[in-house]
Write a protein that binds this ligand. Sequence first.
Ligand SMILES: [Mg+2]
Length: 401
Amino acid sequence: MDVMTTTAPISSALSAPDAAIKALAAGAATQDRIDRVRLSSVTLPLKTPISDAKVLTGRQKPMTEVAFLFAEIHTADGHSGIGFSYSKRAGGPAQFAHAQEVAPVLIGEDPNDIAKIWTKLVWAGASVGRSGVATQAIAAVDIALWDLKAKRANLPIAKLIGSHRDSVPTYNTSGGFLHTPIEQVLENASAALAAGIGGIKIKVGQPDWRTDIARLEKVREHLGDDVPLMVDANQQWDRPTAMRMGRILEKFNLVWIEEPLDAYDAEGHAHLARALDTSIATGEMLASVGEHQRLIDADSVDIIQPDAPRIGGITQFLKLCTLAEQKFLQLAPHFAMEIHLHLAATYPHGVWVEHFDWLDPLFNEQLEIRDGRMHLSDRPGLGFTLSEQARAWTVGTADFT
Ligand SMILES: [Mg+2]
């Protein structure tokens, strides 16, 4: 009798449809299924052609646009998520093409099983490997699935994962490129600080090192001693130059020296990190967790700089964070602050988020910045919706049902 009286009220208290109850009894956590996917290729024009050290050494042309791959995923229960990946100078059409080839395997999958879906997508395109363009195409889908899952839980992604803080120190990069005259760099820095940004990064790595030092002296003098300042050589020094420059730069009390060497020179970075007081940061150009693991294992960096879209999305980024945490590295993710604010908030050791204003026109929402920090909003998921301008810059779409 006891069993009967206990069972009846519980059953009547459940308001879920019969089908869902049966599914739970059978062991299925949810019955939701992906039923619609839209991929979009969006070209974001930049107001001014952009040059870092790679342009001044002749290896790349000034950048005039950024190619984005957006994934919008919908489910049978009416949930949706949006994610993006991107590429600079080359690779945008390849990311879009690869995503179109693997996207059909998404239909019918439970959107909650993100790591399983990531693996399924990698195997669908296994012939082209597990890094670079292939995983970057998958990243847009992976990020959309995290956005969807967080929205379903009515939580920001940082809170779905579990965050250590609700705001993250932020520094500006977009005002300090090498095409920008120094007087303008100083003006940009003042504007960034006035807007509540906490630190300033400028580009270095010019063919004549004295030009770098002259610019840096002006910036340090302009900012004063207390404003956090970083430099970024975009991989354009060789080992002897990086060591010599690293020693000269010590007097500027920099937060870090970024990409002093080729992105794949793990041993060279390790030597610098040991020899210099200033922290060494790199990792933005690497295209998988495995490539980052080489840096981490070799003690190459004090501050690791992964980029979620470049290494396959949030699922992969979190695996990398586990490795980095064990070495007590600091974390300063590259670009895509709209994603990385959430991920930096979840990392236990020291963090920074990189402020670029370039992506602002793509979204209806803007991040809140004040007191030197970028603040998480209470909007669920990533907290961003695509703007009409982003739709207008869309150069291709592909739908899957
Ligand atoms: Mg950089």
